[in-house]
Design a protein around this ligand. Structure first.
Ligand code: NAI
Ligand code: MG
Length: 360
């Protein structure tokens, strides 16, 4: 059946990398006989806001709520509007209203990219040695709005903010992480905790992990406190397969993981509603990059990789794998394929998108 994709390019280089994302997703759809329709929306951008006085129309939910997925570029135009306003009027509304409770980010060492983390003996890590997914809880935890400030501005000032963990909220993200681990060859799940210091909520998280682990005896489970876990990410990233974490710990790990592979500029991310009651949203990790916008030099690989994740989530793993292979082929320095300036080349955004579509 036909799958409908809502395309929202957003601001800045979102408008430049999105056409390449669509180009490659479309090429994959043709290759594998996937019936896709793209609907383009101009909201969630400063251009829209300038005309209408807000980042999104009132009925944005009706406009995109019926789609199978949202393919998103980037938002933010700090010269015109403060970042927290553009973000809270757009991306964060999607995450909340569409109950996208999993934030999923791969950290995978690609050919032709030098990983800043090396082996114990000082030699470089090779593609295949780092290949993990970070699963971040995306709706509760440390990022709650429960708290307050008392006696502001006085010596007696007190500020507090609560961590919220619901059984429903914890279990559903753990279940997603276990299913993912179970689907991968290593079948290895690592939980990020801090139950030695945060003595109420984190022991609860550990308890729920132990409970969920019973349902997946074939998955090897371990847990590390977040402090030593960050050290392990740097020193032995080859150890990890699927890492699951609360909102705050997951936020940190999902930047650190891709950073260890040297690919934060081309990293993808998915905000998932695994229940499929609402559309999920696929967006590159990078922002709108006003400093390079307008020159057609942005690297489109993050957006294209997002497209691969989107197709996998829609049930087309073969298309995901083929796009990843095409990205790897183009990134391989031996291929002589075009590269953008951020990874040592001189090519345009369009050239790289076309090369990946051709490799596919
Ligand atoms: P940024 O990711 O836009 O840029 C950081 C640096 O990386 C810049 O030097 C930029 O030129 C470079 N860069 C980013 N993506 C690139 C690409 N595809 N190819 C080549 N170089 C690339 O982060 P920054 O500058 O902190 O934020 C700019 C705007 O983007 C702000 O309004 C911010 O709020 C927004 N932003 C939005 C995000 C989103 O939509 N999810 C995420 C991060 C930032
Ligand atoms: Mg972050």
């Amino acid at each position: 059946s036909k799958k409908r994709i809502a395309v929202i390019a957003g601001d800045g280089i979102g408008k430049e990398v999105m056409p390449e994302g669509v180009r490659v997703v479309d090429a994959a759809a043709r290759k594998f006989g996937i019936d896709l329709a793209f609907d383009h929306f101009d909201f969630a951008s400063w251009d829209y806001c300038e005309k209408h006085g807000r980042y999104m129309p009132e009925n944005w939910k009706d406009q995109v709520g019926g789609h199978d997925a949202i393919f998103f570029g980037a938002v933010g135009w700090p010269e015109k509007i403060p970042d927290h306003e553009s973000l809270w009027q757009s991306l964060l509304l999607f995450r909340r209203e569409f109950d996208q409770y999993v934030n999923l980010r791969p950290a995978r060492l690609m050919p032709g990219i030098i990983a800043p983390v090396v082996r114990k003996d000082g030699t470089p890590r090779q593609p295949g040695e780092i290949d993990m997914y970070i699963v971040r809880e995306n709706t509760e935890g440390e990022y709650s709005a429960v708290g307050g400030r008392m006696y502001p501005g006085t010596e007696r000032e007190i500020v507090m903010q609560e961590t919220i963990m619901s059984r429903h909220g914890v279990d559903r993200v753990l279940k997603f992480a276990y299913e993912l681990a179970n689907s991968r060859p290593k079948k290895h799940l690592t939980s990020a905790t801090k139950s030695n210091g945060i003595a109420i909520t984190m022991p609860y998280w550990d308890e729920r992990v132990a409970e969920m682990a019973k349902k997946y005896p074939q998955v090897k489970t371990d847990k590390f406190h977040i402090d030593i876990l960050t050290a392990h990410f740097v020193q032995r990233p080859d150890f990890f397969d699927v890492v699951v974490a609360t909102n705050l710990f997951g936020d940190i790990l999902s930047d650190l993981g891709p950073a260890c592979t040297g690919t934060i500029g081309i990293a993808p991310s998915a905000n998932l509603n695994p229940d499929r009651k609402f559309p999920s949203l696929f967006e590159p990790v990078h922002g709108s990059a006003p400093d390079i916008y307008g020159r057609n030099i942005a690297n489109p690989i993050g957006q294209i990789w997002c497209g691969a994740m989107m197709l996998e989530f829609l049930g087309h793993k073969e298309a995901h794998d083929a796009i990843l292979k095409a990205i790897e082929a183009v990134l391989d320095p031996k291929s002589g394929a075009p590269r953008t300036g951020d990874i040592g080349g001189k090519a345009s955004t369009t050239d790289v998108g076309k090369a990946i579509a051709a490799a596919l």
